[in-house]
Each structure stands twice: as structure tokens, then as C-alpha cells.
Design a protein around this ligand. Structure first.
Ligand code: NAI
Ligand code: MG
Length: 504
């Protein structure tokens, strides 16, 4: 028996702050208040480290959704937020970030027990990232503007033209379960900076931190109705949000399948739509790399957050001269990534988020084996106390027809392949309907630049992976999305542009 199988995966006791949050009455945050649902259905919160039910929240009814959208509509139309001086909006946004930081420990623990991610990771990545999105976008509140433009086909001095950037309106924002707090903040920050209003729905698997965020938004002084947070299922509450005639824009992060459905549903009323969808991101390792740095790097590219990352480096292409060394080096990280309960301070990887996801990922591993793939590492469920664990897994002897190579697994499973020829590997890397991200590992700067330009992906990393920054735009090529989040482009997605032409 190796160390990985002897780890004690019993979940630790929750802190008092977290117990208090779990004991709250299930309610919705609408028009600046905690309100009861019009119905009495609830959804269970499960700790994926133990499989135990630990709390519950509201399953919103149609009436609840309509009430939240009506609040956001009124708050937008009466100008209580967009007409405020930008300096006041900026201050409130920084206050939200301050409050996130002040409650960092509680938020990290809530995220850990809800998603299954190690508390240390949530505290190092998710929570500071969440605050950073508000701080970055806060700076735009008073800086974005239109331009003056002299007409092109009209005599000079006869007409004066300028553009205005105006908030698009009421936004329906739907986020997934892999980075719940971070995604909620990534969505809400440009809403506040642009002067829009929002109804945000977290995923039904992970609603704890979004609800706690509502408290902080209220405490920071965001006027009533500007941000409304409702919980519930996607096919009911989410669907109603997307189709609602009083919503002007839909911002969604999640699966490509649901993204396509949302895009179709939003068409009826021609809403603005931004979609951040799935991926099957290739990672190309060139022959000149330093193995000691690259092997743990490409392992982290897939095993971080149990592989439940839209940009996970799930297809590894290593040059045949370094392939064996790279996968051996990845296998040496097995102990570092060994799954542990999310409150175990030694942990770097937790369980998967849910039973459904566990079955799905194990189903892919079985399909891979059936198709002839070899399991170089992992592939199993380590001993545990009812949680949804999967060992970090490396599959070799795969080919481009296998489902493990073609489809998004969204788990700690990488398919490792050898290549000889650069043109061939670029072609294979691009042979996917997805185009979210890609990675290149090399010491050769010219090769890095050349390969980066040939990979069809919205983000390409060189000698690193999954590094995301609020100032840099993030978006998908092909079936990985529409539009951008973050950076100036991410803000622009919340504006309409108005042209004013004046006869002089
Ligand atoms: P999903 O795409 O169904 O759910 C994401 C969000 O969309 C949730 O808040 C959900 O309530 C909402 N939603 C679902 N159906 C909706 C509808 N008809 N209208 C409006 N909103 C709707 O993802 P799910 O089912 O949780 O996971 C399935 C697979 O999707 C995963 O195994 C993974 O492969 C992929 N996925 C990818 C993500 C990414 O960031 N690329 C994030 C989450 C899942
Ligand atoms: Mg779904």
C-alpha cells in the first residue's frame, strides 16, 4: 500500500463562523433584503469530502425570479446606481473587496466544504482573486468613456459627433460550481463598474459563498436592488432569467452544452450575451525543456482544483525525446496531489464536487480503458469516508478518436501523447471544437511565440498554466465562448455605445 491509500480522509470539524452560516434560514437576497421564497422547496448542501448534507438553501420559484428581476429593473431605471458619482461607486466596490478580505478565512472554509477544494487553495487563489476583481474594476468606474470623432464624409465644421458609453441594463448572471465565489465576483465587478444591475444565480451544487457575499454587498453600501442573489436550479430559475423580457444581458459560465442552449433562448429578445464555456486545452512540451520544472508544472495544469477547471491542461503532447521523463516526473507528484478532505491542512487536491461529477469522471476513465488506454497513474477511488474522491490520473496509449481525448472530462485526468513533428502536433492540438486555452513549454523564445500564434485558443500560456489576471481579457475561441471577461474588454461587454451627431 502506498501513502496515497493510507491517508485519513475524514472531514475535520467546521469553525463556528461556518456553522453559523450553515444554520441560516434559507432565504433570497432581493432588493437589498433577505426575503422568504414564495414557495417552500429547498436544495441540500452537501460536503463532497464526506457526502453528508450540511445545510439547505432556497429553490427559487418563477415568482422569486420575477421579483428579483423586477428589483434589478427598478434599480436600473431609476438611476440609483448608474447616476451616482463614479467616485462613490468606486469606493463602495473597494469596500466590498475590503470586506471579502476581512472575512477571508470564513469564505475560504465555506468554499472548501461546498466545492471540496482544499481550504488552503481557496484561501490562496479564490478569495484574493475575488477581491482583486472588484478592485481592478473599481478603477474603471470613473475612467471609461466615449470619444469625439469628426465625421468622414461630411464637410469639416458642419457636424459634431461623439460617443457615450452607457450601461447595458439589467444583467442575468449564471455561474458554475468550480470557482463559485471567484466567478460571482468576476461577474458582479463589471456590473458595478459600468452602472448596470444584476440578478446572479450561483450553481445548485455550490451556493454558500454567493449567499455570504450578499451580506457583504449589503454591508458595503450597494443600494437596494442593484445586486440580487437568488438560488435554484438552472433548468428552472436559470432558464427563466435567460428568457425574461426585462433582462438586457446574459452572462454565463458553464458547460458548452448549456451555453448553446442559453444563446438560443436569449435570441428571442435579442439580449446581449457573453459565454465562457468548456475546454479541452492542449499542453505542448518541446524537447528543450527543463524536466524538473516542466513535469510538476504540467501536472499542476491538470490536477489543480481536481481538474475541475475550464482551462485545465487535459491533453498533454510531449516531444518523444522527453515524453517518458515528463510523465515519470508527473507521476512523482502523486503524493503532492493525493486527494484529501478539504479541511486537511496538508491537502493540495480535494474530492470532486458531487456524486454526479464523480460518476461522470470515473465513467470516462472506464471508457478510456475500454478503448485501449493504459493507466500510468491513478484511475482509482482512494479509501474514504463517503466522499467523491478520484486519484490523480494519467492515461497513455491514447488516440485522437477516444472520448477521453475528445471530450471535456472535468476531473483530474490527463491524456498524455508523444509527438515528433511540430506541424503535426499543432494540427492535433487544434483538432477540437474547443478553443479556450493552450500551453507551450520551451526555453526557445522564438518557438514559443511561433507556436502561441498557431494555437487556436483564447489564452496561451508559456512555461506556466492557468494564470489569470483581472487586467487581462479572458475568452474562448470556437465553441469555448462568445465575448470576453476581465480587462477593458470585460468592462466593454457591459456597455452600450451611443453615437450623438449634432448639426452645427
Ligand atoms: P451546467 O453548465 O449545466 O451548469 C452551470 C450553471 O448553469 C449552473 O448555475 C446551472 O444552474 C446553470 N444552468 C443549467 N442549465 C441551465 C439552463 N437551461 N438555463 C440557464 N441556466 C442553466 O454545468 P453542470 O451540469 O454543473 O456540469 C456538467 C459539465 O459541464 C461538467 O462535467 C463540465 O464538463 C462542464 N462544466 C464546465 C464548466 C466550465 O467552466 N467550463 C463549469 C461547470 C461545468
Ligand atoms: Mg447541467
Amino acid at each position: 500500500m502506498n501513502e496515497v491509500t493510507t491517508i485519513n480522509r475524514t472531514q475535520r470539524e467546521y469553525s463556528d463562523a461556518v456553522k453559523k452560516a450553515l444554520g441560516r434560514k434559507p432565504q433570497l437576497f432581493i432588493n437589498g433584503e433577505w426575503v422568504d421564497s414564495s414557495g417552500d422547496a429547498t436544495i441540500d448542501v452537501e460536503d463532497p469530502s464526506s457526502g453528508k448534507v450540511i445545510s439547505k438553501f432556497v429553490e427559487s420559484t418563477d415568482k422569486d425570479v420575477d421579483r428579483a428581476i423586477a428589483a434589478a429593473r427598478t434599480a436600473f431605471d431609476d438611476g440609483r446606481w448608474r447616476d451616482m458619482p463614479p467616485i462613490a461607486r468606486e469606493k463602495i466596490m473597494h469596500r466590498i473587496a475590503d470586506l471579502i478580505e476581512a472575512h477571508a478565512d470564513e469564505l475560504a472554509e465555506l468554499e472548501a466544504i461546498d466545492v471540496g477544494k482544499p481550504k488552503g487553495m481557496a484561501g490562496a487563489v479564490d478569495v484574493p482573486g475575488a477581491a482583486a476583481h472588484f478592485r481592478y474594476m473599481a478603477g474603471w468606474a470613473g475612467k471609461a468613456g466615449g470619444e469625439t470623432q469628426a465625421p468622414y464624409a461630411m464637410p469639416a465644421g458642419t457636424m459634431f459627433g461623439y460617443t457615450l458609453k452607457e450601461p447595458v441594463g439589467v444583467c442575468a448572471q449564471i455561474v458554475p460550481w468550480n470557482f463559485p465565489l471567484l466567478m460571482a465576483c468576476l461577474k458582479l465587478a463589471p456590473v458595478l463598474a459600468s452602472g448596470c444591475t444584476s440578478v446572479l444565480k450561483p450553481a445548485e451544487q455550490t451556493s454558500l459563498t454567493a449567499l455570504r457575499l450578499a451580506d457583504l454587498i449589503q454591508e458595503a453600501g450597494v443600494p437596494a436592488g442593484v445586486i440580487n442573489i437568488i438560488t435554484g436550479y438552472g433548468h428552472t430559475a436559470g432558464d427563466r432569467m435567460v428568457k425574461h423580457p426585462d433582462v438586457d444581458k446574459v452572462a454565463f459560465t458553464g458547460s458548452t452544452e448549456i451555453g448553446k442552449l442559453i444563446n438560443r433562448n436569449a435570441t428571442e429578445t435579442l439580449k446581449h450575451v457573453t459565454l465562457e464555456l468548456g475546454g479541452k486545452s492542449p499542453v505542448v512540451v518541446m524537447p528543450d525543456v527543463d524536466i524538473a520544472e516542466t513535469a510538476p508544472g504540467v501536472a499542476g495544469a491538470i490536477f489543480f482544483n481536481s481538474g475541475q477547471v475550464c482551462v485545465a491542461g487535459s491533453r498533454l503532447y510531449a516531444h518523444k525525446s522527453v515524453f517518458d521523463k515528463v510523465v515519470e516526473g508527473m507521476a512523482e507528484t502523486a503524493h503532492f496531489w493525493a486527494p484529501r478532505a478539504s479541511l486537511d491542512p496538508e491537502g493540495h487536491m480535494g474530492p470532486l464536487v458531487s456524486k454526479e461529477q464523480h460518476e461522470r469522471v470515473l465513467g470516462y476513465i472506464e471508457a478510456g480503458k475500454r478503448d485501449g488506454a493504459s493507466v500510468l497513474m491513478g484511475g482509482d477511488v482512494p479509501s474514504n469516508d463517503g466522499g467523491y474522491y478520484v486519484s490523480p490520473t494519467i492515461l497513455t496509449d491514447v488516440n485522437p478518436q477516444m472520448s477521453v481525448v475528445r471530450e471535456e472530462i472535468f476531473g483530474p485526468v490527463v491524456v498524455a501523447q508523444r509527438f515528433e513533428d511540430l506541424d503535426e502536433v499543432v494540427k492535433e492540438a487544434n483538432d477540437t471544437p474547443y478553443g479556450l486555452a493552450a500551453g507551450v513549454w520551451t526555453k526557445d523564445v522564438s518557438a514559443a511565440v511561433r507556436i502561441a500564434s498557431r494555437l487556436k485558443a483564447g489564452t496561451v500560456w508559456v512555461n506556466t498554466h492557468a494564470m489569470i489576471d483581472p487586467a487581462l481579457p479572458f475568452g474562448g475561441y470556437k465553441e469555448s465562448g462568445i465575448g470576453h471577461e476581465q480587462g477593458r474588454l470585460g468592462l466593454e461587454a457591459y456597455f452600450e455605445t451611443k453615437t450623438v451627431l449634432m448639426k452645427l
